[in-house]
Design a protein around this ligand. Sequence first.
Ligand code: PXG
Length: 464
Amino acid sequence: MLSNNMSTEELQALDAAHHLHPFTSRKEINAAGARVLSRAEGVFVYDNDGKAFLDGMAGLWCVNIGYGRRELADVAHRQMQELPYYNTFFQCTHPPAVQLAARLAELAPAGINHSFFAGSGSEANDTNIRLVRHYWACQGKPEKSIIISRKNAYHGSAMGSGSLGGMKPMHDQGGLPIPGIVHIDQPYWYGEGGDKSPEEFGLERAKLLEAEIDRLGEANVAAFIAEPIQGAGGVIIPPSTYWPEISRICRERDILFIADEVITGFGRTGQWFASQTLGLEPDIMTIAKGLSSGYLPIGASLVSDSIVDVLTESGGDFNHGYTYSAHPTASAVALENLRILDEEGIVARVADSIGPYLSEKWETLADHPLVGEARSIGLMGAIELTPDKTSRAKFAGDAGYAGGICRTACMENQLVMRAVGDSMIISPPLVIAENEVDQLVERAAKALDQTLATLKLEGRYKAA
Ligand code: PXG
């Protein structure tokens, strides 16, 4: 039995009257009526009228173990009865915090053995800004404070994390970025690589980091932050030359490297962290989303021993923390989620079977006349819509128009797939079955056919 007993229309009317949605035009949502989702199971979400959608986005890149896992509800129920809340300030701790921090130390790359907890990825990245600056200040280098990030990165929506991100429409509102954060160009070969080979382009974009450190002066740069694979930016998988060069630069220069694993963590790329898949050696990793499979909000900064040693040595407080840092119920649920990911072999399955299976099926979409590239790694992927496959041309007119049509067509075909401009992206629950991957790709192909028909009808199927 569902706990909701209101009709879809009643819910939509109250939503329009009282609910402000993230990243949403009120005019548009109120005209169309919000889509009301009421329940979910496995890889399917159901709207309030019982219609099923294959969730190609795992919620918002987070429901790694799939919907409807009772074990997580049971753990939350038990924890809420024992200790629903207590803080970890003032020299206190509690069993779920201790156990989760210890488990994360086991899973993280060697040398990363400490967790600073937060309620979300945004909060964790705000922690990171203060943490890296404090780290250098503790060593008598307070001027070593600039953080280098990348254009089109997504690191969250708070003042700090939104500034780390490189999303122009976000910077245009509310006075972002805050001082001391700069952005270099991204390794997006399909969109920005022109005539260069992916390898050549990857190297060129990596060297921008070195040039930026030189421009700013190494003595003024605290850290470089990046998503191993850009998620919200459009599932951008850097060319093979990019990360080795970035790693070289970070090794040679005295700056910290923060890998934002909020999307790529917890099995998404076939290892616990994409840093392991791609051979990165971060000093700090940002985590959230798949940490609890989204069942409860929790995030963290995973911090290296060498940073922690400096903080410990300094003897003082790190004057930072959230009411919900290491929330007991969220921590207990995260721990149970990690148990399931491990014991059911869900992470290994991404590397060994379902990841390769998805990539094989996904790549068949590259044969579609509208698709310029189909790429994936583990269980995240993108297809690029283009009016001309050979030149990777963009559509005339508004970027995102074709993507918008395709997203609507996906919903008509009961598939949740996101549009980022004219890229269509997926990141399904890691537990997706082979026949569900087949359904996902079939529905995507149908949506592409419908999109092509619409664009032709409107005379838009031609290059800029
Ligand atoms: N880092 C990365 C890499 C993310 O993808 C955050 C940090 C912030 O996490 P919180 O928990 O504060 O949201 C994210 C979040 C999208 C979309 O449209 C992506 C995210 C959030 C909202 C929308 O793809 N990622």
